[in-house]
Ligand binder design. Sequence first.
Ligand SMILES: [Zn+2]
Length: 302
Amino acid sequence: MSLTFDREFDPPIGVAEQISPRIRRLVCGNPGPFTFRGTASFIVGSSDVAIIDPGPDDDAHLRALLAAVKGEKVSHILVTHTHLDHSPLAKRLKAATGAPILAYRPPAMVSDDTSEVRLDASIDRHFTPDIALRHGDVVAGKDWALEAVFTPGHMSNHMAYALNEEKALFCGDHVMAWATSVIAPPDGNMGQYFESLRLLLKRDDAIYHPAHGPSRPDPLPLVRAYLVHRQQREGAIIKRLEQGDRTIAEIVKANYADVDPRLHPAAALSTLAHLEHLIEKGRVIADGQPTLGSNYAIGSTP
Ligand SMILES: [Zn+2]
């Protein structure tokens, strides 16, 4: 199967929609080139509920979430990863409901060789979970249990959550049906991303509910297509290097000519992620630390 996207998705904004017996989806009004129609928060269970991905720090979305769970007890706030469109509202939701915040952990602060911390504008640097989850941990309510499925790559702290009662996986930004996931260094890591895709192939989830865009029944062909797509991107980068390109700017210009220019900075970061992975695998060399401005070539370090 080739990678085909499903962009037929027009959810109500700010209104919880029952999408399965145990799941309500509430989409925030933050549409954009990376968020599609907006970030989806999921409410799992009834009367005793968990909320997955509270969303960005947005007054209207907080009001909508609290209205949706009026009269119910929120027992857990789960976060898939700490990008600014997923985690910041957790604090205010906790203050309003008293529920603890659960997530893998805050992202590691990445330092470069000058010991300066490289800040990524899209990361929620103020996030701390009350309970740090590990792969395989289970949190449960009255009629549901959610199992943590560690899926780093998009971010180093990306956690998916499996609702085993419905064979459903809340896969965050790991695999989406409407677009590929952005893998942006320093926190995004292509090697981990490949591994986390392969992990999904070993599972038998019947449906994915991503944080952006439509749900995807029968999701494994999509995961396989994602793997093939990444291998093709890798091949296309190697081809450009073989043809004499040396910089990420040159590679992006050639390989993303048909892509919305607003996404070119993300494409550059994704290309950097691929190059880092190719360096790890001994296929490519860089002049020093791999960065957006480095020069690259085919070859392996002795
Ligand atoms: Zn994200």
